[in-house]
Design a protein around this ligand. Structure first.
Ligand SMILES: Cc1cc2nc3c(=O)[nH]c(=O)nc-3n(C[C@H](O)[C@H](O)[C@H](O)COP(=O)(O)OP(=O)(O)OC[C@H]3O[C@@H](n4cnc5c(N)ncnc54)[C@H](O)[C@@H]3O)c2cc1C
Ligand SMILES: O=C([O-])CC(=O)C(=O)O
Length: 341
């Protein structure tokens, strides 16, 4: 049986990690990634890269927990290997703090991260405005390093990578048997999917190597995330705002909010501003679709709409996408066998 040719559209975190999973788990295929932007110019490069899940309202919690666990276990294994530094993965401990006691004292992901517990009175003294907190250890990706590492893995296993903008997935019909759509916010135009919308996020990447614990305000707006190369200070969440231009007033506001939680940040150096558009949707779109033109068919598997939580679940959604691609391959092989009989 000839190898099935698979095109993955998108070279952000979701496209690259899905292409890696498919190329490493399905032997009967060749994989080509096609994208108009690559690292360091994708939304995924802007992210803080913390493994702290965001809840998708349209997806059962057990499913989200499974995606998070698969992602955490995968990155934990990399963290414990000689690849950790190349892949940009580190373990980081810290605190999520709340001004009032949250509804969810024990979030669904509490037994996936390491050492989850309530903060002690002594620890809370550092944050006089906050009444409650959770201490735990999780993983963080240095996003550009991780994307480069994924790209290197792909090229190393013989997959192809091309720069090109796709206007219509049907363009790929003549060269590919199956298309995997990981175009993030680009799916609004590419698929005409009006359920996906941008949530603009502005962050600062600063040099402050003495900061070694993360701090996240439970309101999700203010966070300090130390990584391998810099500390990410956040943030903003601006629904339906498409602007990629840095806003100086937001930068000052972010810096002030973070200094209120960690005053030593006043001495931070080399402050860079980054903006990204979170590809937000009630639920990640993870499903098969058959495109039909003039009686010809093109199977497509969608994997987009990861919003604020792509890093936290990417390996789990890549695995599920590969399973759907496997079903498409079985169907194509079944129909070519039938045609021969
Ligand atoms: C400020 C900020 C902080 C964040 N922090 C975290 C965090 O700490 N933890 C976490 O889990 N998540 C975080 N996220 C969310 C995370 O960044 C996203 O969920 C994730 O990056 C989405 O990845 P993606 O590959 O779908 O999108 P993208 O990175 O946008 O990739 C989409 C790709 O598709 C390509 N593309 C689009 N349209 C076309 C087309 N028509 N033709 C060809 N190519 C196309 C693009 O060029 C790009 O390569 C954060 C996001 C932001 C903005
Ligand atoms: O909420 C966080 O902690 C970081 C994040 O995922 C985002 O800004 O989207």
């Amino acid at each position: 049986m000839a190898k099935q040719k698979i095109a993955v559209v998108g070279a952000g975190l979701i496209g690259l990690s899905t292409a890696v999973y498919i190329s490493e788990s399905i032997s009967k295929c060749s994989v080509t990634v096609i994208s108009d932007k690559f690292t360091p110019n994708t939304t995924s490069d802007v992210a803080a890269g913390m493994l702290i899940p965001h809840t998708y309202q349209g997806i059962p919690i057990h499913q989200q927990k499974q995606w998070f666990r698969e992602t955490f276990d995968y990155l934990f294994e990399i963290n414990n290997s000689s690849e950790a530094s190349d892949a940009g993965i580190n373990l980081v401990s810290g605190w999520q703090i709340f001004k009032t006691i949250p509804d969810e004292v024990l979030p669904f992901w509490s037994d996936v991260v390491l050492g989850f517990r309530s903060m002690t009175e002594e620890e809370l003294k550092k944050f006089p405005q906050h009444r409650f907190g959770q201490a735990f250890t999780t993983l963080k990706c240095d996003c550009p390093s991780y994307l480069l590492w994924l790209e290197k893995r792909l090229k190393g296993n013989g997959s192809q990578v091309y720069a090109r903008r796709i206007e219509d997935l049907w363009e790929l019909h003549s060269k590919y048997d199956i298309v995997v759509n990981c175009s993030g916010i680009g799916s609004r135009e590419l698929m005409g999917d009006l359920e996906i919308y941008p949530v603009r996020g502005q962050v600062l990447k600063v040099d402050a190597p003495w900061v070694n614990h993360f701090i996240r305000d439970g309101d999700g707006l203010t966070y300090i995330y130390p990584g391998i190369h810099n500390v990410t200070l956040g943030g903003t969440r601006q629904k339906d705002n498409w602007s990629l231009s840095p806003d100086p007033r937001s930068s000052k506001d972010i810096f002030d909010r973070c200094c209120a939680l960690e005053p030593s940040l006043q001495r931070a150096q080399d402050i860079k501003v980054r903006v990204g558009l979170r590809p937000s949707r009630l639920a990640v779109r993870l499903q098969k679709e058959i495109l039909v033109h003039d009686g010809k068919k093109l199977p497509v598997v969608h994997n987009y709409g990861h919003g604020s939580g792509g890093f936290s679940v990417h390996r789990g959604t890549a695995k599920e996408t590969a399973r759907l691609v496997g079903e498409c391959i079985a169907a194509l092989e079944g129909s070519s066998l039938k045609a021969k009989l």
